[in-house]
Design a protein around this ligand. Structure first.
Ligand code: BGC
Length: 748
């Protein structure tokens, strides 16, 4: 008896000692790769397959062919966009994925009361031309991701704006690879500073929504390397995302998630990317082909036509390609675990708790204040003086909030109330009648612009909803100033048919402007819009979808507490005829009801029309005059730029605030190479007091002076004269400098 008790005690003590000893892979002295190797050596084949196979994390039945998700997922906290089970015996945490870039999303509105800070749209953050601010925005979203118990954030949208109708442009950072890559890279870095994994998406050339599952983005390698891929390359270099999400579309005929060129050759080969590739939801089309092409994890398999990385992958491991596939599975698992170690998922697990929404709101406000662009301001109409006695605010639901973009990035904003949700279409069933299609709603972020304007003035502020144009014009007639809010809702899954403000909004502005010369237009759009009324209004602000503090930012800009400093990250065309594709390709093709129903229509989109000449480069090449050029944005002060000097890969210049207010200038340096047109090669945002001059030095990435040589597979700087140009936008020139560069090459 005594002996047995002693032995029992010893066993307990030994167990305790073993438990106290951390597993070898928990040593932070080791590299993420070493730690991944150590834990991976413990995994069985079945466990490895768990890590490469994702579930939809919500308990909505997505695909009637599959049973409801296991209880582990239903009970997984919280409901997620994606869920990958952990391996508890080894302490590998479950991967809980949430969208995304504009705040922690709650797309399906299925968690009443579950709100998050709505940051401005990524397009607005890009309009700040301030990557440091983008870092702070990313850090807020990353922190709230943790605070809700998620450890993977599906943000990092960096597809370039090839089309001003793209339904997701508001989730992206505009048309230029340097600006987009810098802004999104910093947002990713900010998010990951909160010890979660972030993605960069949607890789690659996912540049329109209509037919995104069936279209092929056709583009030469040279043009792709110099445009869409360069944006990813820069974002990945700056942000080092733990994961890349491959896109829905095909690229040159091959689905992105089984595209050997994109995944193996460019991403993992040329760019030596060490993280993992996850599929977009429904983006997988094969097992062995996708695995061997470089896909590392199937996300939410219920969205795919088959459970490709589930039992099918297990079976394929026993098939003829088994050995090569096993090596690939080991590499997939290594990449996933490596990112989990590298970004703190083991060392600093996310724990659900309250978020500091006050502090996060302050960042949202700063981002909105820098992202709103003053497009026009005649005779100093803005800023409004606090003494304006009668102000009429018209239209745009300005009495309830500011519009936000829809789709998987939809945030339920802090302070959300039912009256800020407007039903679109209606609740419905899919074609089978069995599955509920979640109701779509336009969500308005509080507070309302009306309340924000009232907070800025002692004057009398009236509101007219704009539905009756004559009534609105009559209200404007006697006012000191009329502020017309107009809006265009965009969402994932479809593109706008045109660039026209919907409904009666153009007519409303025209009528109000006729009634009151002091008319200001505030746009809440996810893209450029045409402005047939532009000559008749005094001032125009592009507020994009400005988020939870957007109205406050608009009020502060209107009344001059904040000096606007946003610059356009996307060209505003005058008309559709100016675009490379006046009609969105695939627009007239029938849209299937269900993604997994085999009734898709494959079609091609010819991006070789403009190649790498996206946006302002296209306008320059075709000698077209846009409505507002890329880089344009006004201030309440004025700046002058001094001479431009170029030395090696550095450019420098003086900038002076010649006005009476503190303001932020954006120095933009463009360069034309001997073989190609102008592109943005450097930019910097500089705050200046009245009368202050600063000297600015910016580095130029030599790839921006080069062309991609496909035969030699490298960047080539041609010998010759390079014309540099400094300006306040792509269409303005303050100083020029021409330098001769010798030939050189850069490895991708
Ligand atoms: C979107 C992704 C998103 C995913 C998960 C997809 O439809 O394209 O951007 O991260 O859904 O919600």
């Amino acid at each position: 008896m005594f002996k047995r008790t002693c032995l029992g005690t010893m066993a307990v003590l030994m167990l305790a000692a073993a438990q106290a000893e951390p597993a070898p892979w928990m040593s932070t002295a080791l590299s993420p790769d070493q730690r991944a190797d150590l834990i991976q050596a413990q995994l069985t084949r079945a466990e490895k397959l768990v890590l490469v196979h994702g579930y939809f994390g919500d308990d909505v039945i997505i695909n009637p062919h599959y049973p409801p998700p296991p209880d582990a997922i239903r009970k997984a906290l919280p409901r997620a966009a994606g869920y990958i089970a952990g391996i508890p015996r080894l302490g590998i945490p479950a991967q809980l994925e949430t969208d995304a870039s504009l705040g922690v999303s709650n797309q399906r509105h299925m968690r009443p009361g579950d709100t998050a800070t709505a940051l401005p749209a990524t397009l607005a953050t890009a309009s700040s031309w301030n990557p440091q601010l983008a870092f702070q925005v990313g850090a807020v979203v990353g922190q709230e991701t943790r605070d809700k118990g998620f450890n993977i954030l599906l943000n990092g949208g960096v597809d370039l704006a090839r089309d001003p109708r793209n339904g997701r442009n508001f989730e992206y950072a505009g048309e230029d690879p340097l600006l987009a890559g810098s802004v999104v890279g910093e947002a990713i870095r900010g998010a990951q500073s909160r010890h979660i994994i972030s993605t960069a998406k949607h890789y690659a050339v996912n540049d329109q929504e209509i037919g995104r599952d069936w279209l092929s983005s056709n583009l030469s390698e040279k043009a792709m390397r110099e445009s869409d891929l360069l944006a990813f390359e820069i974002a990945i270099e700056r942000g080092a995302p733990g994961s890349i999400m491959c896109a829905y579309n095909r690229v040159n005929g091959v689905y992105s998630c089984e595209n050997d060129f994109l995944l193996n050759k460019v991403l993992k080969g040329d760019w030596v990317y060490p993280g993992y590739v996850m599929s977009d939801w429904g983006g997988v089309h094969s097992t062995t082909k996708a695995a061997m092409a470089g896909l590392d994890q199937e996300s939410a398999f219920e969205f795919d036509r088959d459970d490709y990385f589930g039992p099918a992958l297990n079976a394929a491991l026993d098939g003829p390609d088994g050995a090569a596939l096993q090596a690939r599975v080991d590499n997939m698992v290594h990449r996933i675990l490596r990112s989990m170690f590298a970004y703190g998922l083991f060392d600093d697990p996310a724990v659900a708790g309250p978020s500091d929404v006050q502090a996060h709101g302050a960042v949202a406000q700063a981002a909105a204040e820098e992202g709103i662009v003053l497009l026009k301001n005649e005779r100093g109409l803005l800023p409004l003086v606090a003494g304006a006695k009668r102000i009429v605010v018209i239209g745009g639901h300005a009495d309830i909030g500011v519009l936000s973009g829809g789709g998987s990035a939809q945030v339920m904003p802090v302070g959300n109330a039912p009256e800020q949700e407007i039903l679109v279409g209606g609740a419905g069933q899919d074609a089978s009648g069995k599955n509920r299609i979640p109701t779509e709603k336009m969500i308005y972020d509080p507070p309302s612009p009306l309340a924000a304007i009232k907070a800025e003035t002692h004057g009398k502020v009236a509101f007219d909803d704009g539905s009756d144009i004559a009534h609105a014009a009559a209200a404007a007639r006697g006012a000191d100033v009329a502020i017309v809010f107009v809006e265009r809702w965009q969402r994932e899954g479809t593109d706008a048919p045109d660039i026209t403000l919907p409904g009666n909004q153009d007519a409303l502005i025209a009528a109000v402007a006729k009634a009151n010369k002091r008319t200001i237009v505030v746009l809440e759009t996810g893209n450029p819009v045409a402005m047939p009324w532009i000559d008749s209004v005094g001032a125009v602000l592009e507020a994009w979808y400005p988020g939870n503090r957007g109205a406050t930012a608009i009020g502060r800009i209107l009344f001059g507490k904040v000096n606007p400093s946003g610059r356009l990250p996307i060209t505003f065309p005058q008309s559709l005829e100016q675009l490379p594709r006046p009609v969105v390709p695939g627009k007239d093709l029938r849209q299937p009801d269900n993604r997994w129903t085999p009734n898709e229509t494959l079609f091609d989109v010819d991006y070789n029309i403009e190649g790498s000449d996206i946006g302002y480069k296209w306008f320059a090449a075709k000698k077209l005059k846009p409505l507002f050029p890329f880089g344009h944005g006004l201030s309440y002060t004025s700046f002058t730029f001094g001479a431009l000097s170029v030395s090696g890969t550095e450019v420098s210049f003086d900038v002076r605030n010649t006005g009476k207010r503190v303001g932020k200038a954006v120095g933009q340096v463009y360069a034309a190479t001997p073989v190609a047109g102008e592109r943005l090669v450097a930019f910097g945002k500089i705050e200046l007091k009245p009368g202050e001059t600063k000297h600015v030095t910016l580095a130029v990435d030599p790839r921006l002076l080069a062309s991609f040589d496909v035969a030699a597979q490298l960047w080539r700087v041609a010998a010759g004269d390079y014309a540099f140009r400094l300006g306040a936008s792509s269409a303005e020139t303050s100083a020029t400098a021409t330098v001769h560069l010798d030939a050189s090459t850069i490895k991708p």
